[in-house]
Structures are given as C-alpha cells and as structure tokens.
Design a protein around this ligand. Structure first.
Ligand SMILES: [Mg+2]
Length: 140
C-alpha cells in the first residue's frame, strides 16, 4: 500500500476532531487544546464530521449539538450506525442548558457532555480522560 501523505501520519497523539459551526469557537477550542499539546482537525457541520470519520476514523469527536446542515445529534446517530468503522468517543458540546439535554445526547449515542461556555481546563481534562493521554506539555 502506498504511504498516506496526510498530516495525520506525522502526528503521535490521538486523532481528535472538533465539529463546530462557529469559527471563533473553533479557533478557541483549537488553541486551548494545542496549548495542552493536542492537535485537532476541524469541520463546520455534522455531515462533514460523518464524512471525515468515514474517511479516516477518529479516536475522539467533540460534537457541537447545534450546527446548520446537520446537527450533532443526527451526525452522532449516523456515526453509531456505521458498519465496520472504528467507533469514536463522542463528546457533545452544547450551549443549551435545557433539562433533558444530556439525556438527548446520550440517546443519540454520545458518551459525554460539555456545556458552553467552558474553561480550557475543563476541555483539556475531558480530552485527557477520554483519550487516556496526558501530553508532555500537560504533564506535571
Ligand atoms: Mg453551533
């Protein structure tokens, strides 16, 4: 097989995808995680998340629930129905503090839940928990 020239091959850390339609939120999340030593890929809606995972499976997907085109609930359900694909951990990220929102995320097949706005420490702790990895940058 030819070697894959994609940038993922040069990475040593877990494969992490953030699906988030707001460009500022994307950038903030990316910077928070980069500072802790995690490199992430970005997509802007649920259908892009499904496609990205289908092409090259992720270990962890940070899934905004409210996105245009396809929301995080539908994207998570589709990923959970994928045959033969490695299943990622999916963490719901939502600004909705509605009663029952957490249950709705779990029903859609998501594993955990993070509400916006969040602190860098909260995001990093969650990524470390689910990837089982502490980067050298974050190590004591
Ligand atoms: Mg959104």
């Amino acid at each position: 097989m030819p070697s894959n020239p994609s940038k993922a091959n040069s990475r040593s850390g877990p494969r992490i995808l953030m699906a988030e339609d707001n460009a500022i939120n994307q950038r903030v999340g990316q910077l928070m995680l980069r500072k802790a030593g995690f490199d992430i890929d970005l997509v802007a809606d649920g259908s892009e998340a499904v496609e990205a995972h289908r092409l090259q499976p992720y270990d962890l997907i940070l899934m905004d629930c409210q996105m245009p085109i396809m929301d995080g609930f539908e994207a998570s359900s589709l990923i959970r129905k994928m045959e033969g694909a490695a299943q990622p951990v999916i963490v719901a990220v939502t600004a909705n503090a509605l009663v029952g929102e957490r249950e709705r995320c779990l029903r859609a097949g998501m594993d955990d839940y993070l509400s916006k706005p969040f602190l860098a420490e909260q995001l990093v702790a969650l990524v470390e928990k689910w990837t089982g990895k502490r980067t050298s940058a974050a190590a004591v």
